[in-house]
Design a protein around this ligand. Structure first.
Ligand SMILES: Nc1ncnc2c1ncn2[C@@H]1O[C@H](COP(=O)(O)OP(=O)(O)OP(=O)(O)O)[C@@H](O)[C@H]1O
Length: 265
């Protein structure tokens, strides 16, 4: 076996966190995701890019069963997390979402204190035995979200009183507080100014030391800056998936090339 195939084999065996096989998603009669098969790697940032309406968010939501909450939405195919079928009847979607956390486009802190926003998940999942343990998780999560220094003196203040960028980092702290294994981010910077965007991008890079991160983004510059792997979607299909540098410098499919050079989208 040559070196290249050894490397490829190492990646597929050791580092795959999520597998998707022949995934179809329908909203009523609208076939929104067609035959998507992909392996998402652990400790890697994967970017989903593609023109508006191509299905990026829909596919992202399949990975923690958020589509279950949309009555007309139907998901077919197979998706596993660490080899376990996440659509198995025995899987509790609420538990799954603690393992596969999500951060949305618009920062959406609960109308609670900064502390309670972060403590919410550990409380409902019973992750701590006493206040000291909860305090420790809140501090660790806020540190991981690069927000601790800015809020440590006002943990009782409302989360909604923070700036947009701080609110988004609070939502990231809330998501990491349940010790997820995967973090899904749906255009997490689209409501942020350039400084807050840069902070969140830096944070994403740090988060990948611990988690698999999947980010939907409209910004190709952002995908190039933060991700190691990129998936290009078009009209509900996964057209091309590979190492980010290769996708942006040497795309194999003409549709990918048209998108990254600005001819479609
Ligand atoms: N809640 C929903 N109910 C019905 N149809 C939906 C719903 N969400 C998405 N769709 C449809 O599914 C298709 C894919 O939409 P989706 O939002 O996943 O694309 P996207 O690539 O994330 O788009 P954008 O970049 O504009 O956010 C579209 O045809 C859209 O109209």
């Amino acid at each position: 076996m040559d070196d290249a195939s050894t490397i490829e084999r190492d990646v597929t065996v050791k580092d795959v966190k999520i597998t998707a096989r022949d995934v179809q998603v329908y909203y009523g009669d609208n076939h929104a995701i067609k035959d998507v098969t992909v392996d998402i790697l652990d400790k890697t940032v994967t970017a989903f890019i593609g023109p508006s309406g191509c299905g990026k968010s829909t596919f992202l939501r399949c990975l923690n069963r958020m589509n279950d909450t949309i009555p007309i939405c139907r998901v077919e195919g197979n998706i596993t997390l660490d080899g376990e079928d996440i659509y198995d009847k025995r899987v509790d979607p609420v538990q799954l979402r603690a393992k596969v956390g999500m951060v949305f486009q618009k920062p959406n802190p609960f109308p609670k204190s900064i502390y309670d926003n972060v403590a919410y998940g550990p409380r409902i999942h019973g992750l701590t035995r006493n206040r000291a343990e909860l305090d420790a998780i809140v501090e660790k999560s806020l540190r991981r979200a690069a927000l601790w220094d800015e809020v440590k003196d006002r943990l009782d203040a409302p989360g909604t009183g923070l700036s947009g960028g701080q609110q988004q980092r609070l939502c990231i702290a809330r998501a990491v507080a349940t010790s997820p294994e995967v973090l899904l981010m749906d255009e997490p910077c689209s409501a942020l100014d350039p400084i807050a965007t840069a902070q969140v991008e830096e944070l994403i890079d740090e988060l990948r030391a611990r988690f698999a991160v999947v980010i939907v983004t409209h910004s190709m510059q952002q995908a190039a800056r933060v991700s190691q792997r990129t998936a290009f979607f078009h009209l509900g299909s996964l057209v091309e998936y590979g190492e980010t540098g290769q996708i942006f410098t040497n795309p194999r499919d003409p549709r990918t090339e048209s998108y990254i050079t600005g001819r479609i989208g």
